[in-house]
Design a protein around this ligand. Sequence first.
Ligand code: J2J
Length: 544
Amino acid sequence: MTPDPAAASLTDGYLPPDPVRQAAYREAGLMSGAPLWAPAAASAERTPDAPAVTDAATGTTLTYGELWRASARRAAGFAALGIEPGDRVVVQLGNSAAFVVTVLALLRAGAAPVLTLPAHRINEIAHLAAGSGAVAYVTEDDRRGYDYRDLAAELRRRVPGVAQVLIDGDPGAFAPLPDDDPARCRDHRADPDQPALFQVSGGTTGLPKLIARSHNDYAYTARRSAEIAGLTAADVYLAALPVAHNFPMVSPGLLGALDVGAHTVMTGSPSPDSAFALIERYRVTVTSLVPALAQLWCAATEWEPADLSSLRLLQVGGARLAESDAIALDAALGDVVQQVFGMAEGFICYTRLDDPRELVHVSQGAPMSSFDEVRIVDDDGHDVADGEDGELLVRGPTALRGYYRAPEHNARSFTPDGFYRSGDRVRRLPSGHLAVTGRIKDTIIRAGENVAADDIEEHLLAHPSVWQTAVVGVPDDALGERICAVVVPSGPSSRLDLPAVRAFLADRGLAAFKLPDRLEFATGLPVTAVGKVDKAAVRARLGA
Ligand code: J2J
């Protein structure tokens, strides 16, 4: 009989931190030893009347005091429904005040939220619910044009362990989000090295994997990221990306803002017209975007009349930001770009506020923590010479030691001494910053030559008629693979054809074997749940 994952305890299948290193991190003051809800409690204590969260959809604002009380009522509500410390609860909510209240409430009740994105659908949600052994699913009604209650009904059929479905909004056949007497809230104090919540891996191949993040490591990520971003109580953070994602959640994002007592504005619409109006209205100082959105915002500054002068930091990450786009953003918005190279698996790099702008434009930042250990290795696992490309391996105070309940993945994804194999190809710059040069696997093998797709993309983006591009390999009998460039042109009048593209790239010094064999036009590129270009889907569209 297969064991019932819901009955298994939270710590079954979790790889806790290495005790020797953890002792060193604790010694160095990195680990607070407090539950992940503690920083919000401290902010509520310090500044109860300061604005904590604004829900842009309704225009309502919760102060820190109100947020703390609302989360106590909800934590009591969860407890009254029988949700216990150690339980896993899948959360799939849009950017809203309800998200913050619910996640804080689950943490206070000692339950571990499994943070999924609004764009996930039944296959991902069922997989994550089953894999985590979740006992409940918290989601919303149909207000964003998709009815999550239908997904909930299917989830109940596929994963019967999910005994309760709780809906933000019109509950339909299910129950509403619970609230109860706040006096019944028992703030749970777990072992801080145990999982506080689950992130999900962002890969575009296969189903997402569960990443357990401990109280200690996640709180440290929020605190250290806030420090690097210079975040203070005077800041206003706009959560425009889906906030459950690691980037807007903790880099420094929502949790960083709660830590320093800053104000977070939640919006589900990152389009320039609506986001710009929010920046002007709430005097937003910090926000984070994926490159495709940043590019759109940059273009929109030319026609949207909003006052964006409050914005001091525009964090861009999740996929590679082309140097030309970084320069254009800085020019349009006044040297505001910070590059962020992070992963839900725990390692994050940031460019620093006092870095020279040229370095900010060409690098994806330096590791967040001086305790982060970075190796860059070749195909045989040997360290490459400084300045050369290789695969990034990481170990440190926030990097995971293994995916949750996934021993077969872990055997592949970690070195015997505990380094996580990121699959990212990077190069170390003389400053110690990293430049991401692609994915190890995003290589096209054409006539026996290895060609990095990102290299061609970066050059193509420098062409004035290329708005966005994805370069992929398509099977070919003679060559093994042919190089196909899919291009979203920057305007209807742009004249591009294969010979012109090849000539342009050759002019820029690209080797002949790297020149595209095929050019396809598209009106847009498929994206992942957080808005990154989805190469697997691009390949599938081409029938490759
Ligand atoms: C190139 N590739 C990047 C970048 C991530 C902050 C920011 C982003 C994420 C994230 C995150 C990149 N340039 N600047 O968790 O806290 C690619 C890499 C990486 C993968 C991780 C955070 N920033 N990437 O994107 O778990 O390939 O996290 O391994 O979704 O995105 O994806 P994810």
